[in-house]
Design a protein around this ligand. Sequence first.
Ligand code: ZN
Length: 293
Amino acid sequence: MTSPPDEGSTLERRLAALEETVARLSALLEPSLSVSKLAAPIASVALKDSSQHQFSSKFFALLDLGESLLKYGAALGLADAVAAGRMSAESVALLFRAPPSLGKLAELLRTQLDDTSSAGWTIDRLREAFRRPARRPTPNETARYLFEEFLNVRNTVRGHGSQQPEGYYEGLYLKHHLTVHDCIKACKFIELPLVSIHAVDNVDAQHEYRAAMLLGITPESILLRSPTRVSVGDTCVWDHGSRLLPLIDLVSFRYCPVCSLEHVFFAEQITADRIYFHSYTGNHRFDVPRAAH
Ligand SMILES: [Zn+2]
């Protein structure tokens, strides 16, 4: 075979260009996560990624998705600690006296996962997501990526004072989006429904709750019975049976004065007398007095 000396490299270049195009197309066509079975705080953010077309917007939506996954996990870990008596609600509130960084929230979640004295339906679900099955103390790939690589990339990109060229975000998006989506799929605790309690009746020895079930982005009215006592207005994780875990305002479904709709918020800061909420939905913020639940 006598071929011109640069034909091979031309073919390689063409092949590389073709591979890049295929990667770009599959990134754009990749079916979005099926959000209808994800708890609302994750579902609403997962939709933001697929609704963007610029790589910078898609990448920042992806950062929001990883952030909400970590925040939601931390909220469940802390709420479980309060429900099980390992921490008091006030000591959790003190952790939010100054807004905790995402790194701090990840560390709080890790502390709950590492506390071998704890067991229960919520903390066990968190361990299934973040620890190796045979050796529960050892972080798995999901934990390694989210708690280390994702946090580092997120802190670097959020730390840039100015917008980078579009190609920079394209590279980051293509590098990270499948891994973040894999984390979402591996974290089965986000498939536990979130419920917002609207009314309570006492039936036999149980409480009967009328609630909005917050899976996907459309709330659904349900009736459930539980021996757990929670208050009207509380937002809780529900195990599809009779168990409820109140999220003690760390995650809260509320009427939003910014957009006049009800949606889900994360507590950003809890002072002695006020709770400051932030939502990834529209980046809305508002605060309420702590007494008024
Ligand atoms: Zn709003």
